[in-house]
Design a protein around this ligand. Structure first.
Ligand code: SF4
Length: 295
């Protein structure tokens, strides 16, 4: 068996890390009869079927690249780069989320890191939450405070959560991208594709019963469906994040509902009634009751 030279080892390790961040962890070893055209990583190839099933949103434009090709007979030690995600060794969700945050580090993976962000806004709330809210990205207040949904839209989200009969501390809140897009613009596809694997990992750790996608950007990124809000709302979707083990008997994925982003509701308060219908659907599923009014 020919040992791999160090540049090749580094290239393979980088490639595997890239797929891991996309939520792809399952690689299998091919026998020696594979064709030259198959994509191979360190003697283990990316299963095209698995790859298709676990694609990040909008990644239909991301075919397995020829550049993933590497020699088919690597030394065994290269397999150390295929070690599972760090959080899988954690004893509880708190530790697992900490490990994901450490893995994110002072992230420079997409261009948002150099477009004026003050800090990374990772996520906040109960690591054991039954209910998770996912927004699009941090705004100015969130960027300043390092916590999602703390500005005016955050106040409205707090009121929505309260109206469901629970507290903000009971849920977990995160965004598709963790750095503020300049001028509060919509995050671009490449930014969402780069950052969302970390959100997927958070979801896998938290294992919520229900996820509420706040706004079209969150919904489209989570569901990989390009449809208007009117079509996305009003129903549950079965959601299994990429990277999750569908064979895990303790969690078979979440129900996902879509509603309006609180910032949109601030601009068009007439839609609050529609958003409340979405939340009532979630409350019914979770068995939540609105708080009793006190005289
Ligand atoms: S948005 Fe996400 S991927 Fe981009 S720099 Fe920030 S943390 Fe990294």
């Amino acid at each position: 068996m020919q040992p791999l030279d160090p540049p090749m080892r580094r290239a393979i390790a980088e490639r595997v890390r890239y797929y891991n961040e996309l939520g792809i962890y399952d690689f299998y070893r091919r026998d020696s009869q594979i064709s030259e055209s198959d994509a191979v990583v360190s003697g283990s190839s990316i299963n095209p079927e698995t790859y298709t099933q676990t694609l990040a949103p909008d990644s239909d434009t991301m075919p397995v690249k020829k550049s993933a090709t590497a020699p088919r007979t690597p030394e065994a030690s290269i397999l150390e780069v295929l070690s599972p995600r760090t959080e899988q060794q954690a004893s509880d969700p708190v530790e697992a989320l900490t490990l994901i945050r450490e893995d994110l580090g002072d992230c420079t993976r997409c261009k948002l890191h150099k477009q004026g962000r003050k800090q990374i806004v990772f996520g906040v709330g109960n690591p054991h939450a039954e209910l998770m809210f996912v927004g699009e990205g941090p705004g100015a207040d969130e960027d300043a405070q390092g916590e999602p949904f703390v500005g005016r839209a955050g106040q409205l989200l707090n009121n929505m959560i309260k109206a469901m009969g629970i507290r903000r501390e009971d849920v977990y809140i995160a965004n598709v991208v963790k750095c503020r897009p300049p001028g509060n613009r919509t995050p671009e596809r490449d930014e969402c594709d780069t950052c969302s694997p970390f959100l997927m990992r958070q979801i896998v750790v938290i294992r919520p019963t229900v996820i509420v996608a706040l706004g079209a950007v969150a919904a489209k990124n989570l569901l990989a469906i390009n449809a208007p809000m009117a079509e996305l709302r009003g129903r549950f979707y079965d959601f299994m994040p990429s990277g999750a083990r569908s064979s895990d008997p303790s969690w078979q994925g979440a129900k996902l509902a879509v509603t309006y982003h609180p910032a949109y509701l601030l601009r068009d308060p007439r839609q609050k009634g529609e958003a409340w219908k979405d939340l009532q659907m979630v409350m019914k599923y979770l068995g939540l009751k609105p708080p009793q009014k006190t005289e």
